[in-house]
Design a protein. Structure first.
Length: 175
């Protein structure tokens, strides 16, 4: 799976690190290098398709400005549309990020139930797959917790390869 992602700043990673002791009841806790902020999934089954998709994404984002983002609360997807549950995450507030997502949805079909319109919920995943009683307690301990707040400017986007957990290319904003 490929996606357009925004980098997560050190200050957000510090908030996530402070929360890590409260997430011991989860089977899968994301480390700092795994934390990303998804803007839009990009359909591509080969490197050739990926090059074409990235050109399309760059064209769709032409002239797009840098945008502000803010993290101030921990939230939970109790029944996510895919993958194990629950998912604990840092909720990201950013009207500008929504506008970037919408521009990309004009050229790439939104993934049903996850993207497009009200389905897009920008976030930084902290942990998923709570384990029994300890996991339920962990969710209760962090869900709705106020953090930060951390505010930053998103002035770069990355083409991200989820299979290898790495950046393939970058785009500076304003584009």
């Amino acid at each position: 799976m490929y996606s357009v992602n925004a980098p997560v700043p050190d200050a957000v990673n510090e908030v996530a690190a402070d929360l890590q002791p409260a997430l011991t009841g989860f089977r899968r806790v994301r480390e700092w290098r795994e934390r990303t902020l998804l803007v839009k999934r990009v359909p591509a089954d080969s490197r050739k398709e990926l090059r074409t998709a990235w050109r399309t994404a760059r064209d769709a984002l032409a002239g797009a400005p840098a945008v502000e983002a803010r993290v101030s609360e921990v939230d939970t997807f109790r029944n996510p549309p895919n993958g194990s549950s629950p998912v604990v995450y840092l909720a990201v507030e950013s009207p500008g990020l929504h506008r970037l997502h919408d521009r990309l949805c004009e050229v790439f079909d939104p993934v049903p139930v996850m993207e497009g319109g009200d389905d897009y919920d920008p976030h930084v995943t902290l942990a998923r797959d709570a384990d029994g009683f300890r996991g339920r307690r962990a969710v209760e301990n962090v869900d709705g917790r106020q953090v930060g707040p951390v505010t930053w400017t998103i002035d770069e986007l990355h083409l991200y390869d989820a299979e290898y957990g790495e950046r393939v290319d970058s785009l500076s904003l304003p584009a």
